[in-house]
Write a protein that binds this ligand. Sequence first.
Ligand code: NAG
Ligand code: NAG
Ligand code: NAG
Ligand code: NAG
Ligand code: NAG
Length: 648
Amino acid sequence: MILLILLILKFFVIYENVLIFNTETFQELVSPSQSKEITKRSFLIDYENNVFLKDGKPFQYISGSLHYFRVPRIYWRDRLRKFRAAGLNVVCTYVEWSTHEPSPGNFLFTEEQDLEYFIQLAVEEDLLVILRPGPYICAERDFGGLPPWLITLYPDINLRTNDINYQKEVKKWFDILLSKMQKYLYGNGGPIIMVQVENEYGSYNACNMDHKLWLRDLINSYVQEKAVLFTTDGNAKHYLNCGVIPDVYPTIDFGTTANVTLSFDVMRLFAPRGPLVNSEFYPGWLSHWEEKMQTVNTSSILAKMREMLDLRVNINFYMFFGGTNFGFMNGANLAEDKYEPQLTSYDYDAPLDEAGDPTSKYYEIRNLISKYMTLPNIPVPQILPKGNYGTVTLKPILSLFNHSFISDCKMVVSYKPKTHEELNLKYGYALYETKVPENISDPAVLYVHNVRDRVIVYVNRNPAGIMSRSRFINSLSLLAPPGSTLSLLIENQGRINYGNYLKDKKGLLESPLMNDVPLYLWTIVTFPFENVSWIDSIYPSNQNISPPAFYLGEFILPTKNDPLDTYIDMTGWGKGIMFVNNFNLGRYWPGTGSQVTLFVPSSCLHRAPEKNKIIMFETEYTHPEFKITFKDKPRINKVPPGYNNDFQ
Ligand SMILES: *[C@@H]1O[C@H](CO)[C@@H](O)[C@H](O)[C@H]1NC(C)=O
Ligand SMILES: *[C@@H]1O[C@H](CO)[C@@H](O)[C@H](O)[C@H]1NC(C)=O
Ligand SMILES: *[C@@H]1O[C@H](CO)[C@@H](O)[C@H](O)[C@H]1NC(C)=O
Ligand SMILES: *[C@@H]1O[C@H](CO)[C@@H](O)[C@H](O)[C@H]1NC(C)=O
Ligand SMILES: *[C@@H]1O[C@H](CO)[C@@H](O)[C@H](O)[C@H]1NC(C)=O
């Protein structure tokens, strides 16, 4: 005990010396109420009393997760303020490597990737920060946040281990990221109190001690005890066995169905002393396509919260606000071989919904927090109005097969097919075409070993069937006369983000078979859809163009007011992606669900009288009247046809 106090005192003394040189940086970073405490700024663990110590005083946090990469920058402050208004004192975010380094060596830290601005806003909104830099983050994001070019550059890479190439790329990324983060660490005057090392490593079979220690030391070379390092794992011993890292504080995560006492008994096997922490308490849950929307009821959340707060547990709600998987950034799970891609919406049934509006869950959680902590003097958030902008009729523009008009695509010819990664296609679709050999019988069976992930098959460019990874459909009987063109349009529906099968290559992994004969000599066109502005040079067609094709809609908002957030109801369309003014809102698949509407942030709409442009890429079927409707309410809870609870 005395030793501990001495250690802490020593730390303060050193710390004060450091601070003298740093005062200026602080003034920018610290809100007025915090600035008085500058001279004793530290965030530590008091093992004697099982609490965190902030500036030498016991400190408990109630934190909420929010991923800045799932919500437009213009809304960052709004969401943070609503966190604080609920009584939360910390915001927790992952950092997504693939977003910040979209191609090797190309680091993005401005606009929507402006992490430093996000952290400064947290300070302005009176929140501390927990940083989870991964580099693997899970987060229901493509490849768990790792950049797909890792597989392109190093096909044999052994992820999340001491593989020399993996560590080389992680070091390059972390040297950039962590040197930017250093001044935001609590001990350096910033708001970051905790930094996570790896992420649920106990749920990954590598269990590589060399790698864990290497990553810890890399992070520590920047953090240098200016924030607390921690790990997070599931609430069972077998997770923590591989997840804990020497000299890094172990924490656990669990939801409303767990037994709180038993869960912390597990944590205590690895952290006999120190504060209790639930690093991911789930007030909602993630949802996949082809299943019912997952929900968590408020009474069970409140009951567990009470139990934990009475035990002085530090809680991070995962998620307090979910947001949206814009573009192609959703991940997928693999549950006993069943491939389950996540929805575009990451509403999560969280206290703040996909649009950032408070739900009844939000108000009840806020009310309970007020029994344990003083709520700040911030107006109680209300639901904001949404745009009810009516119907837009789209016109056919271009068939995907007419791709010489698409500037944003690349063609290669290859004897054997190649994967998306070999083609350097990070996300999106690839079209594989070959000729049917002469000696194939009628009908013939087409077989693809690994369907990754949805394969639409065409004979002479007419639809002939669909193969689906999630439904275990990997063969089709075809009428394909010799010499006819066989086309496979393959959608990457999102790389696996959790568990042992992260390295989830897309497209054709080997030659498909037709009556057991491998098919060779492929023409492959990749479509990353990073920029669809080429469409401006194409005029709507009066021809009846059928999918896979592009459809265009133009509209002017019915009022001159600032645009509001709105939702596009996709009912009647098949499957595809939707752009509003060149911004990729994400995938739609309304016939399946559970998601039927796409969230449209006001930031991507133009105010009247400027025109707005909608571009849809539809792969399966069109609405009978080519219509979409802007509505003021979301619908993300449709029960998919044929959905069976037991199948889950
Ligand atoms: C949790 O487990 C303990 C030990 O088995 C048991 O005594 C307790 O009743 C359980 N708590 C709840 C809320 O079920
Ligand atoms: C809420 O969830 C808990 C735990 O899953 C369950 O026991 C309870 O019956 C549910 N309550 C309601 C009102 O649905
Ligand atoms: C290809 O697109 C061009 C430009 O829109 C159009 O003129 C032409 O008819 C299209 N060809 C086919 C085969 O669809
Ligand atoms: C069809 O022809 C190919 C190449 O000419 C040959 O490799 C293959 O064995 C033949 N398949 C059958 C079923 O005869
Ligand atoms: C998209 O491409 C157009 C034309 O090639 C270019 O002017 C524009 O800057 C690009 N937009 C983005 C966001 O890269």
